[in-house]
Design a protein around this ligand. Structure first.
Ligand SMILES: [Zn+2]
Length: 668
């Protein structure tokens, strides 16, 4: 797999305002489609400004909503829903993709237990998942059984019977392992050991890949190349998506508000067009009566276009139909604003000068702990840096600085790559165990002038920053809640912060006390942060995981102060923008587009983060590095109101009078 980061993406005719329509219908519902009218359905979508919709051919329950000869029609359904939907949408120039749940099919799981994945315990029903977030996944289908041909048959039936514009296969989750005999046979043939989880995962990956290849072959056989036909395997790695990427991101539906910032910056390195898929629900999928405040939907859509994507909103139609007017009024309002911006935003390309690098992203195991990556993404967004997230496969030459967050393992290939990167003048900020060789006996690159002394023996430490990186830090010791490694300086390294150790470890039980109070005792005799030459800064503790877990403002200031030493003159400088505000840079032709976002998700009550209204910010001072650009005017979009600008110290500087949640500033 070879790819180049920041390659130009071909956006021609890509969907701009999509709907992902769920329609998972329990068998006890007896009046499916009773009030459904396809013309009214398509008219509602057209009024909403929708140009692409994913509708249901086969739902999670395994039921079909068209007169299938191969599948199981929903027992409460009396008419074809799919055909008329496609027809009426096409009449209104709305493209239609057919949804199949691939990983789930409860009806067939009931009738064909031999088509189910067999869990490690030898079960096909994983009852322990009931009532948890994984309720829907308590039995999963194996693509290595008769189910494979069954599903391929249904896909074939749909793409031959209806002029659909694509297929969406859901729940392609390789993480649910299978110990069924067909998969055991694969493992035997491949020499994979079923006693080792990671080798069973290889098998699951292989079986899923083989199925995806079957689907692609089928589509290639049936659909002429000249037709724009989309395929999405939801849950599979971005590198395996044949035509485009859809990022499921429902912030209040389990994904959280930190998901988009990280994953969209990874998605856009694959050279494929992408849209984010949020939801209209207050909570998650299937929340029939739940609707979000409009401002929170606005934020998701603006956030997507600010990062170069287009938009999709998830809904779930009532089994009887029709689409809910309130829901589509809200989506329509948001989409009309998105549409006004499209002359600038659609087809724009992202710009980044920092790469956050973690090769483990290649695996895309949803069970991996992503705290370090989510922490670094959150921090860099708050600091208004322009960055991508990379897995190390692509070309790094466009970046000026790499961040290796907390525990990035260094194999030979990565070592060579980073050595070249440093040789070309790049710089690296790393933390914790990042930069260590695979055996964890020392730092891999000779440019790290540091000795490795093992894991930090203390579970709470403190740091004292030297003057040169002390801006905005408290004038006192700062707690390190999550210590990392012991390191000492070699020739060529310089200390930027000092470690201070506690009297004793926290929670160290001595049969009298659990040492709850552990103040700093003395200098630990080693650095907390070191700079090697002028190219590398290493923090001894996992500052990004710690930021994600503890949100210590001082950690962010510390990282910013270090970054300023490695990356002088960043692309964008902003003043008078709140910490939660986001600033992203895109380009389109001769235009440089700066997106300013000032929404703040607030934790209300116990679990849900709400955005009820945007926050208005005034007099934002914005500076864009010129890089030889010749700017003739700066204006707000879509109003086209001109802004006065000056050129100073290599930057074009403007003051944006007001940002009411979102503002696009165009430098042209
Ligand atoms: Zn299997």
């Amino acid at each position: 797999m070879k790819k180049a980061d920041n390659v130009l993406i071909n956006w021609t005719d890509f969907p701009r305002r999509a709907i992902h329509l769920d329609f998972h219908t329990m068998p006890g519902i007896y009046d499916v489609g009773r009030d459904f009218d396809a013309a009214e359905f398509a008219e509602t979508l057209s009024r909403t400004g929708v140009d692409y919709i994913t509708v249901f051919a086969k739902c999670n329950l395994g039921f079909a909503y068209y007169p299938t000869k191969l599948g199981i029609i929903h027992p409460g359904l009396k008419k074809d829903l799919l055909g008329p939907m496609v027809n009426e949408c096409h009449c209104r120039k709305i493209r239609v993709t057919a949804y199949f749940n691939a990983g789930l099919d409860h009806e067939n799981a009931l009738r064909h237990r031999e088509w189910c994945k067999v869990t490690k315990k030898g079960e096909v029903y994983d009852i322990a998942k009931l009532g948890t977030r994984e309720t829907n996944f308590f039995r999963n289908m194996c693509f290595n059984t008769g189910y494979r041909d069954y599903l391929l048959g249904m896909i074939d039936e749909v793409i031959c019977s209806y002029p659909v514009d694509g297929i969406f296969l859901d729940c392609m989750v390789k993480d649910f392992l299978c110990y069924g005999v067909e998969c055991l046979d694969v493992m035997k043939k491949k020499g994979w050991d079923p006693h080792r989880d990671e080798q069973v995962l290889h098998c699951s990956d292989w079986v899923t890949d083989a199925f995806m290849a079957d689907v692609r072959r089928l589509v290639a056989k049936r659909i002429p190349k000249s037709r724009d036909f989309k395929i999405h395997f939801n849950g599979a790695h971005y590198s395996k998506q044949p035509t485009h990427i859809e990022l499921e991101i429902l912030p209040t539906g389990g994904w959280g508000y930190d998901f988009l910032s990280l994953y969209i910056r990874y998605a856009r390195t694959f050279g494929k067009p992408y849209f984010t898929m949020t939801g209209r629900f207050h909570g998650s999928w299937g929340d029939f009566g739940g609707i979000r405040p409009k401002a929170s939907l606005e934020f998701d859509c603006y956030n997507s276009i600010a990062n170069g994507g287009t938009c999709s909103v998830g809904d779930h139609m009532h089994p009887r139909g029709p689409l809910d007017g309130q829901v589509y009024n809200m989506i329509g309002d948001v989409y009309s604003r998105v549409r006004e911006l499209e002359p600038w935003t659609f087809g724009a390309q992202s710009v980044a000068e920092i790469a956050v690098l973690d090769p483990r992203f290649k695996r895309f195991d949803w069970s991996d702990d992503r705290s370090a990556l989510q922490g670094v993404a959150r921090m860099l967004v708050e600091l208004k840096y322009q960055f991508n997230v990379c897995d190390g496969n692509g070309d790094l030459s466009q970046y000026r600085l790499l961040v290796l967050p907390d525990s990035v393992p260094m194999d030979e290939a990565l070592k060579r790559k980073l050595s070249g990167f440093l040789g070309r003048g790049g710089t690296i900020l790393s933390s914790g165990e990042s930069g260590l060789n695979s055996a964890k006996t020392g730092f891999a690159l000779k440019e790290y002038c540091l000795n490795y002394g093992g894991a930090d023996p203390y579970n709470t430490m403190f740091f004292q920053a030297k003057d040169e990186i002390s801006r905005d830090l408290p004038k006192m010791l700062t707690t390190i809640y999550k210590p990392g490694i012991v390191m000492t300086l070699r020739k060529g390294a310089k200390e930027l912060a000092r470690m201070v150790q506690p009297y004793f470890n926290r929670a160290s039980w001595d049969w009298r006390h659990d040492n709850f109070y552990t103040p700093p005792e003395k200098d630990a005799g080693r650095p907390a942060i070191a700079q090697c030459g002028d190219k590398i800064i290493h923090l001894a503790f996992p500052v990004f995981t710690a930021y994600f877990e503890q949100a210590v403002t001082a950690y962010k200031c510390l990282v910013r102060n270090c970054l300023e030493r490695l990356l002088k003159n960043p692309l964008i400088k902003v003043e008078n923008m709140p910490s939660f505000g986001q600033v992203t840079l895109m380009t389109k032709g001769k235009q440089n587009l700066v997106h300013l976002l000032t929404y703040m998700p607030e934790l209300r009550g116990k679990t849900i983060q709400i955005i009820e209204e945007p926050i208005t910010v005034r007099e934002v001072n914005l500076a864009l590095r010129m890089d030889g650009r010749r700017i003739r005017k700066v204006y707000l979009a879509p109003s086209r109101a001109n802004l006065d600008f000056i050129e100073k110290d290599g930057y074009i500087r403007v003051t944006v009078p007001e940002v009411q949640g979102y503002q696009l500033v165009v430098f042209e």
